[in-house]
Design a binder for this molecule. Structure first.
Ligand code: FMN
Length: 402
């Protein structure tokens, strides 16, 4: 999968499998949660035009068989393994005034996607189908003539792909693809392609490239960061936030130094990789998927380390949001270690923000004191010594000093 901007894992992980485990029933409580999620979908005039008919093979075999029999033969080949089939029906008339509701189908679709996402969050798999004989299904389930049958959703636990008809197996293994945002989103007027900001591609980078191949990968602590940590003499258990932790190598190294580490990154693929590393290294790190520009992190830290986040923001509003977020997350008197690209770094690839000491003084003029800057380097590559960096030690001012 190739996402063009970070999204909640739930959206990326949902997909329409055909391989269901025929023996594993859907617990009644989980099925209720899926239907409840659909109940809270938005709808035009709040009309809630949807109805669902639930047919569970384990508790209502006859009804389940009626639904299965109405499916297109190709769908039956795999749906026969699904323990639950749910028929979605739209009422095309507003109940409050009897007028036609031209959004009934739209709203029933919205409710059904809520159902499928709730199912995904509960570890269940769903596959919606439009391939069924509506007239057969209507009479088999005694659905009033005026209502519209929209879909049948198979729901259950994912099963063994090899148990599927061989025609379906390649489909299960194929990469999921989508048209690009530029093809489907128009900016302001029809035909003007929308392009996501370059910064939105983090999730895509982490999904496309193994972490060791990423240019910012470094197995441990950078020498400048390590030296600064030694000089800070933080006690055991002092709290540190590793901002933009990426593959988690720095967070793990900090935890091994005895710090109580929280680590955040905008990419959940990066966080998943970092969590695996921390588990393999037997250290505890409190990982969060979080965007510093819309941060939901709470609490305050004795130390924040930013190795390569701030220089990603070229926009003045973003820079200001970053500074005020870090001010909130640092305890008064606490330290920020900030490492960014240096103004003298002229490579065409890399982040848009490149700074010298005077820039940092200006950005952090309110609420911070710039203690020290050093010319430094990011991790060396096979080709060179690594990009030129500016390493900064800042302190959050105590209120009275401001
Ligand atoms: C309204 C609707 C009708 C669909 N009908 C069928 C169907 O009859 N048979 C089938 O195998 N898949 C059906 N699908 C599943 C789509 O093929 C699937 O959602 C699409 O290929 C995208 O794949 P994904 O859901 O795995 O992301 C349907 C999906 C929707 C939303």
């Amino acid at each position: 999968m190739n996402v063009q901007a970070p999204i909640e894992r739930l959206f990326a992980d949902r997909w329409s499998t055909r391989a269901f485990d025929p023996d594993k029933r859907v617990p009644a409580e989980l099925l209720a949660s899926c239907l409840e999620a659909a109940r809270w979908a938005p709808s035009c005039f709040g009309a809630e035009p949807w109805h669902y008919i639930v047919a569970d093979r384990f508790t209502a075999q006859a009804a389940w068989q009626r639904v299965l029999d109405a499916l297109a033969p190709k769908n039956q080949l795999w749906a026969e393994h699904a323990p639950v089939l749910i028929v979605a029906v739209a009422d095309p008339v507003f109940s409050h005034n009897g007028n036609p509701n031209r959004w009934a189908e739209y709203d029933t679709g919205q409710a059904t996607v809520c159902l499928t996402l709730q199912a995904e969050s509960l570890g269940l798999a769903c596959h919606q189908m439009g391939g069924f004989d509506a007239e057969t299904l209507k009479s088999a389930l005694t659905i009033p003539e005026a209502l519209q049958l929209m879909s049948v959703t198979a729901i259950g636990y994912a099963g063994d792909i090899k148990a599927l008809d061989t025609d379906f197996q390649p489909m299960e293994e194929a990469a999921r693809t989508r048209r690009s945002l530029a093809d489907t989103v128009h900016n302001g007027a029809w035909g003007t392609a929308y392009h996501p900001p370059a910064s939105a591609g983090w999730e895509a980078r982490y999904q496309e490239t193994s972490v060791e191949q990423l240019p910012w990968f470094h197995a441990g602590l950078d020498a400048d960061i390590s030296r600064a940590l030694d000089s800070l003499e933080l006690g055991d258990g002092a709290t540190a936030l590793d901002l933009g932790c990426g593959p988690g190598t720095q967070a793990v190294a900090l935890a091994k130094c005895g710090l109580s580490v929280t680590a955040s990154d905008v990419s959940w693929t990066a966080i998943a990789s970092a969590e695996r590393l921390a588990a393999a290294e037997h250290v505890r790190v409190d990982f969060h998927v979080d965007d510093v520009l819309h941060s939901k992190l709470t609490g305050q830290f004795d130390l924040i380390i930013d190795r390569g986040v701030f220089h990603c923001f070229a926009d003045a509003d973003d820079q200001q949001t970053y500074v005020s977020t870090l001010h909130q997350r640092l305890k008064p008197g606490a330290t920020l270690l900030l490492k960014c690209f240096h103004k003298q770094e002229t490579s065409e690839t890399g982040p848009p923000g490149r700074y010298e000491e005077s820039d940092i003084s200006r950005f952090f003029a309110d609420g911070f004191k710039l203690i020290e800057t050093q010319e430094s380097r990011f991790a060396p590559t096979a080709q060179d010594d690594g990009p030129k960096a500016l390493f900064c030690i800042l302190e959050r001012l105590i209120e009275e000093q401001q």
